[in-house]
Design a protein. Sequence first.
Length: 304
Amino acid sequence: MTTTPPPRSHFSRRSTAEQVTAGLDLRGKSVLITGCNSGLGLESMRVLARRGAHVIGAARSRDKAEAAAAGVGASITPVACDLSDLDSVVACAEELRALRRPIDVLMCNAGIMGLPTLQQKYGVEMQFLTNHLGHFVLVNRLLDRVLQAPAGRVVIVSSLAHYTSVPGGIDFDNLSGEKRYDGFTFYGQSKLANLLMSNELARRLEGSPATSNAIHPGIIHTPLMRNIGSVRSLLGRMLSWPVSRSVEQGAATQCYVATAPALEGVSGRYFADCNPARTGIHARDPKLAARLWAVSEELAAGYL
């Protein structure tokens, strides 16, 4: 991790992904984006492809990825990656390994939010599985490809919601949700897990040119919000958050952190509005990050 604060940019919450990448030439770069078929993933794919990057667009099904790629109209490799199905994640990683090319940016963008009723798979709650564990497997299986790039970057989409996680940050004794469950609290737990994973990955990447950073995109009306009407607690908690941001603005921070020349070598940080941001106390706990990594390895044993 970098010990000095990363530089501040002149961008703000009103900046768009187009604006923060203006003038960049990404030809020769490979960028993998999960959740490419809608929302922030689709906009990130469109903008980075426009800057010349070869984008690998991952969606839950190949049909969805192909449709998104066709809509963008650029040179994009569509792949299937259902993050709630670890066999699908492994198959996606193996398909990309067969391409035998470095990955300059691995953008962990896909996610689900605020499931109103408890859903489980592999013995864990579905938001934790999809938002964190699926990406954990994908990153670990492709990390050598990121390390093959001259200065590979892992960008993980977290959220301000990491502040609203369960007591203690991660409830390791209730990752299944069986003891108690609240849709938005468990979403917050999954977003804290994203941030902790990024921090621990940054620690493990020390001494290499590769970096890992997490971001908060803002509150944007995308398909991620499909369950908002079913999660009453979410409405009250969101009232004090800055809202009314467009998808073009929401994709700015992840595109900035993925490409900004000023951030080369910057790792283990959290960004919002294209600038360094403060995290909740649990996100700053290296012991919690290390424990989550170890538990994730146990949960994903056989898929790593």
